[in-house]
Design a protein around this ligand. Structure first.
Ligand SMILES: NC(=O)c1ccc[n+]([C@@H]2O[C@H](COP(=O)([O-])OP(=O)(O)OC[C@H]3O[C@@H](n4cnc5c(N)ncnc54)[C@H](O)[C@@H]3O)[C@@H](O)[C@H]2O)c1
Ligand SMILES: CC(C)[C@H](C(=O)O)[C@@H](O)C(=O)O
Ligand SMILES: [Mg+2]
Length: 358
């Protein structure tokens, strides 16, 4: 069976980094068909919408999606529904991609690129499981209105709604417990149950689901403390499970522990194992078009694509091994460069991964 992969490069550095991942996927000579479509600001410019119906259709009819990044400051004044970020949110929601896996692994060669002391981060291998289709990101009502009560009655106010249904919490809990079971058996659920009703509800469900996983040690942590513990002693964590908003923030923090956000891949999965694979970083408009972005997060996302949506774990292993090799050879894009290593461009990094694969 030929696997169909939708390739959505998007904006900013999106095209530069996705190009390299596509070269890598193509070099593996698997039975895959790649089809590209516009998304984000690029799609808005071409077709008047950040997630045109044709792009959504292609994504829905594919086994997997390889996604670059969307967004640029120049679209910030558009109405919200036309902003590039709506494309990724729309894909997640429309395809039910509720389970976001964001591993943060420190490659030994990058111990000095991390902003933390090598002894604090060396050997780091944690997994953040972020719920991706609920929470304050999608909760309604939301908007701007005239306040009807409180100290600021009569003033304009902005408001959003944080909410989680039981099904949403149960299904992400199961993903996280299963992941922890396959790793070191430790799951930390991050919430703000000391203040938020939604979080207390989340915590109660986590405890209930944990009864089916007696082999996994479940702990709970408030998000402010988790943010601190991630920089104090990140290796204490194994799997972290958290909601959409907290997961967004903590995964950027965890990414930096690994040296650069340019190293962190991600997978977003739905119930039928369709997946969207993207680097955890954004479109980096500040470095776009210069051929200096790190393509490794996207290349590693392609490896996750092969593993989770195409069941091609041998090919995924090959890509990950090739990445380890190029790092061992001392090749570094600017974001992970340090003295004594060799600075390479985006495409040169792609060349090196291809060479290591052959
Ligand atoms: N999933 C996505 O598409 C996604 C994710 C995050 C942000 N965004 C969007 O991207 C735009 C820029 O957001 P931001 O600046 O807050 O975050 P960002 O992740 O784009 O950039 C943050 C910093 O990290 C650097 N960086 C990011 N990726 C890199 C890479 N591969 N190699 C080297 N350096 C890299 C950037 O140069 C920048 O200094 C915004 O419009 C935002 O909404 C999109
Ligand atoms: C671009 C934005 C909508 C997105 C998010 O907040 O989920 C990004 O920050 C991410 O982490 O994928
Ligand atoms: Mg984010």
């Amino acid at each position: 069976m030929t696997y169909k992969i939708a390739v959505l490069p998007g904006d900013g550095i999106g095209k530069e980094i996705v190009d390299q991942a596509v070269r890598v996927l193509t070099a593996l000579k698997l039975d895959i068909a790649l089809e590209e479509a516009p998304v984000g600001g690029a799609a808005y410019d071409q077709l008047g919408h950040p997630l045109p119906p044709s792009t959504l259709e292609l994504a829905k009819n594919s086994n997997a999606i390889l996604f670059g990044a969307v967004g640029d400051w120049k679209y910030d004044s558009l109405p919200r529904e036309h902003r590039p970020e709506q494309a990724i949110l729309g894909l997640r929601k429309n395809m039910g991609l509720f389970a976001n896996l964001r591993p943060a692994i420190l490659y030994p060669q990058l111990a000095n690129a991390s902003s933390l002391k090598p002894e604090v981060v060396s050997g780091l291998d944690i997994l953040i499981v972020r719920e991706l289709t609920g929470d304050i990101y999608f909760g309604t009502p939301r908007g701007v209105r005239t306040a009807e009560d409180g100290a600021f009655k009569g003033e304009q106010e902005g408001f959003d709604t944080m909410r989680y249904a039981e099904t949403e919490v149960r299904r992400i809990a199961r993903i996280a417990f299963e992941a922890a079971r396959k790793r070191n058996g430790k799951l930390c659920s991050v919430d703000k149950a000391n203040v938020l009703e939604t979080s207390q509800f989340w915590r109660d469900i986590m405890i209930d689901v944990s009864k089916q996983y007696p082999d996994v040690a479940l702990t709970h942590m408030y998000v402010d403390n988790a943010a601190m513990q991630l920089v104090r002693a990140p290796k204490e964590f194994d799997v972290i499970v958290t909601g959409n908003l907290f997961g967004d923030i903590l995964s950027d923090e965890a990414a930096m522990l690994t040296g650069s956000i340019g190293m962190l891949p991600s997978a977003s999965l739905n119930a039928s194992n369709q997946g969207l694979y993207e680097p955890s970083h954004g479109s980096a408009p500040d470095i776009a078009g210069k051929n200096i972005a790190n393509p490794l997060a996207t290349i590693l996302s392609a490896a996750m694509l092969l593993r989770y949506s195409l069941n091609e774990s041998a090919a995924a292993d090959k890509i990950e091994e090739a990445v380890r090799q190029v790092l061992a050879q001392g090749l570094r894009t600017a974001d992970i460069y340090e003295e004594g290593t060799e600075k390479v461009s985006t495409s040169q990094m792609g060349d090196a991964v291809l060479k290591a694969l052959s």
